[in-house]
Design a protein around this ligand. Structure first.
Ligand SMILES: Cc1cc2nc3c(=O)[nH]c(=O)nc-3n(C[C@H](O)[C@H](O)[C@H](O)COP(=O)(O)O)c2cc1C
Length: 150
């Protein structure tokens, strides 16, 4: 079983969160940029976490393209979760929910609710404590895998 945290980023904040998620997951999980990652290498039993900045109320073009490539039911047996990074606005749109729905449509087993992490401005930095919150969220995902609740 492998655990991959696929991310896209413009200013590095989503990479920082992806790296925290990988460290919280443990067990050799790796944070990997979405460009160049071959989703054909995913196998039943693997864990896939996908993270994107919100860009114009949706995931980035590279994440959207990767999700479109997955095709229907390509991820059967793969466990998956999604997060986004966003600014704290009254209306900010959503990327993690859209990613979650695409992963589900591709056949993945979804672990928990889509998660949001916050930056102070478009270029960051992350709001205080968000990297730690990401690691704790990931540790929760790993625990639910370990005790068979997903
Ligand atoms: C072109 C563009 C569009 C954006 N649109 C949104 C948006 O719709 N909602 C939101 O909350 N943040 C939006 N943001 C802020 C990004 O979410 C923020 O830049 C991102 O979280 C930073 O992550 P990164 O450092 O990984 O690129 C936008 C940023 C850019 C550059």
């Amino acid at each position: 079983m492998k655990a991959v945290v696929l991310y896209d980023t413009a200013y590095g904040n989503t990479r920082t969160i992806a790296e925290s998620v990988a460290s919280g997951l443990g067990q050799g999980a790796a944070a990997v940029p979405v460009e160049g990652f071959d989703t054909e290498t995913l196998r039943p039993g693997d864990l896939l976490v996908v993270g994107s900045p919100i860009n114009g109320w949706k995931p980035t073009a590279r994440i959207t393209e990767m999700l479109a490539d997955l095709g229907r039911r390509r991820l059967t047996g793969v466990k998956a979760a999604a997060f986004d990074t966003r600014v704290k606005l009254f209306i900010h749109g959503d990327a993690a929910g859209k990613i979650t729905r695409a992963l589900e449509a591709a056949g993945a087993g979804i672990m928990g609710e889509p998660m949001a992490f916050y930056v102070k401005g478009s270029e960051g930095p992350l709001m205080d404590g968000e990297a730690e919150r990401a690691a704790a969220w990931a540790a929760g995902l790993a625990a639910s895998l370990g005790n068979g609740t997903v």
